[in-house]
Design a protein around this ligand. Structure first.
Ligand code: GAP
Length: 547
């Protein structure tokens, strides 16, 4: 396996997330459920702040009267909230239903599940024993992993490794099986004896359910949506007809999506239930390349403006051979998560130019590319394999008198992945002077104030002499405007430490002087600067700093 960049850092982040109530394993008292996570009191507010920031910056706060910097023209934005279960035909036309999904393979012995195409193997022999050793390692790690697996299987000491006779080169398991290797001869990546791998089977990423009380027939089969995007496409005409928007415009949605991921992993990074924040932006085909560039750059800047470290972010344009058959361009915004090997990045958001694929699919039926053109896929009888709605989803521009099917630019972000990136980025360890001026190590979450779950903590220095009363007065007036906490338990140093771990940007300490002149100390989480400010000016001061 490649060495993670900083696994111990990741372990500390996961532990802090649990300890401070950001993220818990789902159903933990029953042992948890792989790929499902719950957000605790701090986590739910962090995630809500992130989604609110996205909604404000993309939809509610958008100024449609002027073109924002870099935009080809002014444009409108509208919001939507669609159901998780939709008409099954939606997934047939979108391509999700037929998607030849990943093939998976189970190990009966270790009870582990692998992506078939992720396994690599090689024949190894020692004395009278011979087996096809496999590993799920990748890249440069494969030879070392295969050697380690073979050494263990043959029961050899390290100095005997050279006695292993290798045949052929490391080969992906599907290719090896096609060339005659049997699974009965194959030693699974975590098995002690060959023959424990099951035959590969197709794995549909969509969770299936049944509609109605009488379950059983094929007609009541339904699916939990694997993306929020399709709800937007099938409502394109509804939004157009009811909100007076004109092309170019975008429709935005935040909501849950579900994918039965084969190998959920890396904390919340690959979950089976997660939230997406998606925009489908509809534009004139001739302008679509310019809009694609605008949205790619705009979304990139959003993460930077919310404080993600630039050197850990990467904007990666897909190569032509990586693009979906309908796409004229796709870029991923990626983050160097600490659980990844040095130099590796994980996807936060994809920005895709999707052409007219989606609207045409829902009009005409499931499309495929043939000789460079998108055409309706037909069955053996020559009829459409999956019929579209037959509804006209074209757009008539009453100024230019043109009719066309708009092209779509899709910035598609994951709320949970973004929360994870912001948590990882915020995690810092440093030293601060304690009450006696001695250095004390601290863990601090340097979250952007817009994202921080608690904006300010109000701390009476001692629990007497009228300080709790004055602090309580401030708490009540500040609480009307922002999330804040009142804390009078423990030494002030311990209370600062608690707030630093929660990512609270400002601590407000009411002391003896406060009683005399209604001022208090405002401590900044990152600079540790303490200023003396009038208590009555605090709400206005913090409001200004939050915007
Ligand atoms: N409509 C396009 C679409 O769904 P995607 O790249 O499959 O595209 C978009 O997903 C975003 O959703 C990803 O960039 C990621 O942030 C998030 N996402 C996808 N699968 C996820 C999973 N299993 N767990 C957490 N987030 C996921």
């Amino acid at each position: 396996m490649s060495k993670p960049l900083d696994q111990s850092r990741m372990d500390k982040i996961v532990s802090l997330a649990k300890r401070r109530g950001f993220i818990f394993p789902s159903s933990e008292i029953y042992g948890g459920l792989n790929g499902f996570w719950d957000y605790g009191p701090l986590g739910v507010t962090l995630k809500r702040n992130l989604k609110d920031a996205w909604w404000h910056d993309m939809v509610a706060g958008h100024d449609e009267l002027a073109a924002p910097a870099g935009a080809p023209a002014p444009y409108e934005m509208a919001g939507l909230d669609c159901t998780i279960i939709m008409h099954p035909q939606v997934w047939k036309c979108s391509g999700h239903f037929d998607l030849s999904n990943d093939w998976m393979i189970d190990c009966r012995e270790s009870k582990r599940r692998y992506r078939y195409d992720h396994l690599t193997g090689r024949w190894a022999a020692h004395r009278d024993k011979r087996t096809f050793v496999t590993t799920d390692a990748s890249g440069d790690d494969v030879p070392a992993e295969l050697a380690a697996r073979a050494q263990k299987f043959f029961g050899l000491r390290a100095k005997q490794v050279d006695e292993i006779a290798w045949e052929g080169e490391p080969t992906p398991l599907p290719a090896a099986v096609a060339a005659g290797v049997t699974l009965a001869d194959s030693l699974g990546p975590d098995a002690s004896a060959p023959g424990s791998l099951t035959a590969p089977r197709e794995f549909n990423l969509m969770f299936e359910t049944r509609i109605g009380a009488v379950a059983g027939g094929d007609d009541d089969r339904a699916f939990l949506r694997p993306e929020t995007a399709q709800g937007i496409f099938v409502n394109f005409k509804n939004v157009l007809d009811t909100s007076r928007v004109r092309v170019p415009f975008g429709i935005c949605q935040i909501g849950k999506s579900f994918r039965n991921e084969i190998t959920p992993r890396n904390f919340t990074f690959r979950s089976r239930e997660f939230e997406q924040m998606e925009i489908e932006f509809f534009c004139r085909p001739a302008d679509s390349a310019a809009w694609y560039r605008y949205w790619r750059d705009r979304r990139w800047r959003w993460y930077l403006d919310l404080g993600l470290t630039a050197s850990r972010l990467r904007l990666r344009e897909h190569d032509r051979d990586e693009l979906s058959h309908y796409s004229c361009g796709t870029a991923d915004i990626e983050y160097a998560f600490p659980f990844l090997a040095a130099g590796e990045f994980g996807e936060l958001e994809g920005i895709a130019h999707r052409g007219d694929f989606d609207l045409r699919s829902h009009m005409e039926g499931k499309l495929v590319r043939r000789d460079g053109d998108l055409v309706v896929e037909t069955g053996a009888d020559g009829k459409p394999r999956h019929r579209g709605s037959g509804k006209d989803l074209s757009y008539f521009d009453d100024v230019s008198r043109e009719r066309y099917v708009p092209h779509v630019i899709e910035p598609s972000a994951g709320a949970d992945r973004a929360v994870l990136a912001f948590l990882c980025d915020a995690y810092h360890e440093d030293e601060v002077p304690d009450e006696d001026g001695k250095p004390r190590s601290r863990t601090v979450m340097k979250l952007h104030p817009r994202l921080a779950p608690v904006k300010a903590a109000i701390l009476p220095l001692v629990k007497k002499d009228g300080m709790p009363e004055l602090a309580g007065e401030l708490y009540r007036s500040l609480k009307r405007q922002m999330t804040c906490q009142y804390d009078e338990k423990g030494s002030v140093g311990r209370r600062y430490a608690r707030q630093d771990e929660a990512g609270t940007p400002w601590c407000l300490t009411v002391d003896g002087q406060s009683l005399a002149d209604r001022t208090l100390t405002l401590r900044d989480r990152d600079s540790l600067v303490q200023e003396r400010v009038p208590l009555d000016e605090v709400p206005g001061l913090l409001r200004d700093r939050l915007t």
